[in-house]
Design a protein around this ligand. Structure first.
Ligand SMILES: [Fe+2]
Ligand SMILES: [Fe+2]
Length: 303
C-alpha cells in the first residue's frame, strides 16, 4: 500500500485506560508499511521507551504518591527485555514548575538504565514563568523555547514545545515553525520521522486544550515523508489516529488519569478506586524495525 492510498483512510482508535497492555503494532505497522519497499539502508533496529506526565509535585486524591508511581514506571522501563537506547519523557515533568521539582525529576530520571533521556516540556512546566525554570533545568543544547532535533540509527527525531503559551494550548509559534521547516528541508523523504511534543498535534479535543492551533502548518512540512510518527502526552490516556502518512499516538501518564474527551465538565484529575489506579498509568516501548520500516509501539500498564 502506498502512502497516498493510506491518505484516504483516516481512523480514530480510542483505547480505554483499564485493561492490560495495549499493543499498537496494528496501527503502527499498517502506517509504516506505507513506505515498505523504499530504501532504508541507513537505518538500524533499535528500541526506546516513552514515559509521560509524571507531574512531580502533584498531591491529591487522584494519586497521593506520584513520585512512587514514577519510580515504578522507571523500574518497569529498567526491566524491559531489551534495554532502551534512550527514553523520552513527553512533558508535564513537574506539576508546578518549582526548581525542587525539576531537580527531583532529574534525579529520578538518572536512575533510568539507558544512554540518554530526551524531554519536551508540558504546560505544567511553565506555570507562572513562561518556562524559564524549565529551560534552566532542561534547556541545554536546545534552541528557542527548548526545541531541538536529533538523529538515531537513521531515524530523525524532532522534539517540539507547544506548551509554553498558556493562553493558547497548544501553540508552536512562528519561530518554531521556521525551525521545523529549516530542520526538515535537507532530509530525503524516505527518512523515518518521529516527532515528540507534549500536546497532541491533532484535534483530539480543542475545547480542553487537547489540540495545537498551528499544527497544520507544522504537519505540512512533514507530508512528503514516507512515515511520520508523532508521540504526545498531555491527555493522560492512550489514543491513536492515522492521517495519511502521519500517525499520532498519545501516551498515558505515570501520575493520574484524566477523563475521556468530553466525558466531564473539565479535564480535572480523575479519582479512580486505588486498586484501579495502576491500570490507568503506564509506560510505552517503541521498537523501530528497519527491514519492515516499522515503529511498533506497545503500551504497558504499570505492573
Ligand atoms: Fe499532564
Ligand atoms: Fe499537559
Amino acid at each position: 500500500m502506498t502512502a497516498e492510498g493510506m491518505g484516504r483512510r483516516d481512523f480514530l482508535r480510542h483505547s480505554a485506560w483499564a485493561g492490560s497492555a495495549v499493543v499498537f503494532s496494528v496501527a503502527g505497522g499498517t502506517l509504516l508499511s506505507a513506505c515498505a519497499g523504499s530504501e532504508h539502508s541507513a537505518t538500524k533496529d533499535f528500541t526506546f521507551a516513552q514515559i509521560s506526565d509524571p507531574h512531580i509535585g502533584f498531591s491529591g486524591k487522584a494519586n497521593p504518591d506520584v513520585t512512587g508511581s514514577f519510580m515504578e514506571a522507571i523500574a518497569q522501563v529498567n526491566a524491559l527485555p531489551e534495554r532502551p537506547a534512550f527514553v523520552v519523557n513527553t512533558g508535564d515533568l513537574t506539576h508546578t514548575s518549582t526548581p525542587a521539582q525539576f531537580d527531583q525529576v532529574k534525579q529520578l530520571q538518572s536512575t533510568l538504565k539507558t544512554d540518554r533521556v530526551f524531554v519536551v516540556p508540558g504546560e505544567h512546566d511553565a506555570v507562572d514563568d513562561g518556562g524559564t525554570k524549565y529551560l534552566a533545568a532542561f534547556g541545554a543544547g536546545s534552541q528557542g523555547n527548548g526545541w531541538y532535533s536529533f538523529d538515531f540509527n537513521g531515524v530523525h527525531f524532532l522534539a517540539l514545545n507547544n506548551s509554553f503559551n498558556l493562553a493558547t494550548l497548544g501553540h508552536l509559534g512562528a519561530d518554531q515553525l521556521a525551525f521545523i521547516k529549516k530542520d526538515l528541508a535537507p532530509l530525503k523523504s524516505d527518512v523515518p520521522l518521529v516527532v515528540l511534543a507534549h500536546i497532541p498535534l491533532f484535534d483530539m479535543f480543542p475545547a480542553w486544550g487537547w489540540a495545537t492551533d498551528d499544527a497544520v502548518q507544522a504537519l505540512s512540512y512533514m507530508r512528503r515523508f514516507g512515515a511520520v510518527t508523532v508521540l504526545n502526552g498531555h491527555v493522560h490516556q492512550v489514543m491513536s489516529k492515522v492521517e495519511g502518512n502521519i500517525t499520532f499516538h498519545t501516551a498515558t501518564t505515570t501520575a493520574y488519569p484524566l477523563p475521556a474527551p468530553g466525558h466531564a465538565a473539565a479535564p480535572a484529575p480523575l479519582v479512580v478506586p486505588s486498586d484501579k489506579l495502576h491500570a490507568a498509568l503506564g509506560i510505552r516501548q517503541a521498537t523501530y524495525v528497519a527491514k519492515r520500516t516499522g515503529l511498533a509501539l506497545v503500551d504497558e500498564v504499570l505492573a
